[in-house]
Ligand binder design. Sequence first.
Ligand code: COA
Length: 310
Amino acid sequence: MNAGLIGVGKYAPPHIMTNEDLEQRLDTSDEWIRTMTGIEERRIADDETNTSHMGYNAAVEAIENAGIQPEDIGLILVATVTPDYPFPSVATMLQDQLGAKNAAAMDISAACAGFMYGIVTAKQFVESGTYENVLVVGVEKLSKITDWNDRNTAVLFGDGAGAAVVGKVSEGRGILSFELGADGSGGKYLYQDDKLKMNGREVFKFAVRQMGETAVNVIEKAGLEKDDVDYLIPHQANIRIMEASRERLGLPLEKMSKTIHKYGNTSAASIPISLVDDLAEGKVKDDDVIVLVGFGGGLTWGGICMRWGR
Ligand code: COA
């Protein structure tokens, strides 16, 4: 039996913060942010909108898109490093709000690689026959842990949510291979101590190396060649990191997802948000081979190769 994504959804808060807005409060420039990161604007949630609200909106869309009912969900996994509270988990809050009365629920902490960890965990439960449908949500309100006086980090991040229902798909489709990994010795390069702290250089070096490596590994594990890949969805952290993984796979520009200019780095939400936008624009079609690859604090990373479609 194959597990795959049978429905997806997203939520982006309406308020847009542009690079020009940041120029007003920090010693930075639109030019620097665009050329160094690829970011033009990001969404920022208002005070009334917490992580669970954004996650709920994305989850509702994914459940509708999958054509299932909340009671059909056996497990809810929420990947986030910005939960409303240390506990109860965001996953249990969504379980209640959605009326998913048959679902177990827990949060996953793997930072920007969280959605990859969530999907791979969901796949195990679906393919073992334990649960028919697993809801995976990647959601962050990074604005609440951003140090708005630190130009090294304040320009990078945004808020948002993406979700997917993992369920059974037809033979040949779905998740073909995956890789998850961690290197806790690099935890010091990206962490939260009240506010978010980062050594950009070190994270950049790690990301360029690991994103390419993991993408190549999952293609090989799927028994495919680079030429078989139709589309790459990298974690949207920095256009230069994304470009390095695209070049590693030898893919043309139009075969890589790029939403970073609109949303910035939304951490665990970035890959599912990109997937939803790409599907809406017809960039991902049934039977396409797509590679999703992410990295984040921990350090953590994860990649998935899948054949799209139910
Ligand atoms: N505006 C203007 N200048 C800035 C700036 C900003 N927002 N942020 C940093 N600078 C300056 C630095 O102070 C430095 O100035 P100096 O040379 O006078 O000291 C200069 O730009 C270069 O900084 P540096 O940090 O060495 O640049 P970089 O090439 O490493 O690029 C990042 C910085 C943050 C864009 C890059 O390191 C990066 O993207 N790292 C990965 C971060 C990431 O993905 N984090 C999330 C992981 S999920």
